[in-house]
Design a protein around this ligand. Structure first.
Ligand code: GLV
Length: 323
């Protein structure tokens, strides 16, 4: 008899097809947000679940799933999963590292360029019919080339963002919990600096660290105050790493030139203060959203679940101590 699994959000039919070869699959192609109550109800008899970053795999949900053996996120971030609770319950947890590095780095660059050259505000102005004459001193932005790119969180995606900076002749500095080995630093021509130097010297600061209670409000009013008034802040990591209220206040007072944000505190709701600002580029958490990459993420998560429930070690196991 096939084991029962849940796919908690809508995914590509190709991924469901692969899973159906191995499991009895309950899908959610209607894409309802299940939340704690919905997950608890559906997981009571399931051996595995494919989850998105929006699915709260809390201790309460895990406790309500006595047959659960694996939680496989189709995301690289996994702050929606209580990893300690999974381990205590003997449940394997996995994510999808690697397959989304380039696509997410591309979006970081799109937001960086949009913020530097004020694209959202310029487009709104054009669409509103306000372009009456071309002027020499108009829509002046910031140069990206030869500027200093700072990266906070120098994992795979951070390094991918850094490598793209070579084409813009930028100086690259970074801060990370641990310094990269010399060959990796050389590959992205990046220099390790302390966090304060990073904040003070970056013209463009890209955040790429994972969210956890320890990284909550890593960038708040004191950190923003250290940044150059001409600097831009780019967040493609997670909401909550930045204190959004403090950022809005800095942008409103032009203590920071601009920001490019793909993630927000409390998303999909977000602070309406952002909508009143012309110096911010906003996207709705689409960092990994190309068709090819989202397909690769779904298939990676499916492969992790197939391995976990067939007695093999899943390729992207987050809590190996569970084995
Ligand atoms: C998306 O935010 C991810 O963590 O993959």
């Amino acid at each position: 008899m096939k084991q029962k699994i849940l796919v908690a959000r809508e995914v590509f039919p190709e991924a469901l097809e692969r899973l159906r070869q191995h499991f009895e699959v309950e899908d959610n192609q209607a894409d309802a947000i299940l939340g704690v109550a919905g997950l608890k109800a559906r997981l009571a008899d399931k051996a595995g679940v494919l989850t998105a970053a929006t699915d709260p795999m809390t201790a309460e949900v895990i406790a309500a799933a006595p047959s659960l053996k694996a939680v496989c996120n189709f995301a690289v971030g996994y702050n929606n999963i209580d990893l300690a609770a999974c381990t205590r319950a003997g449940v394997m947890a996995t994510n999808t590292p690697g397959v989304l590095d380039d696509t997410t780095a591309d979006l970081a660059w799109a937001l960086l360029m949009a913020s530097a050259r004020r694209l959202p505000a310029a487009e709104r102005w054009l669409r509103n019919g306000e372009w009456k004459s071309w002027q020499f001193i108009q829509w002046l932005g910031s140069d990206v080339h030869h500027a200093t790119l700072g990266i906070l969180g120098m994992g795979r995606i951070g390094q991918t963002v850094a490598r793209r900076a070579l084409g813009f002749d930028m100086k690259v500095i970074y801060h990370n919990r641990s310094r990269l080995p010399a060959d990796k630093e050389a590959a992205c021509r990046a220099s390790f600096v302390d966090k304060e130097t990073l904040l003070r010297e970056s013209d463009f600061l890209v955040l790429l660290l994972p969210y956890s209670p320890e990284s909550h409000h890593t960038i708040g009013a004191p950190e923003l105050a250290l940044m150059k008034p001409a600097a831009h802040l780019i967040n493609v990591a997670r909401g909550g790493i930045v204190d959004d209220e403090a950022l809005i206040s800095a942008l409103r007072q032009h203590r920071l030139a601009g920001a490019g944000l793909d993630v927000f505190e409390g998303e999909p709701k977000f602070n309406p203060g952002f909508l009143e600002l012309d110096n911010v580029a906003l996207t709705p958490h689409i960092g990994s959203s190309s068709r090819a990459t989202r397909m690769a993420m779904a298939m990676t998560a499916a492969d992790n679940l197939i391995a976990a429930l067939s007695g093999r070690r899943p390729p992207n196991l987050l809590n190996p101590e569970v084995l």
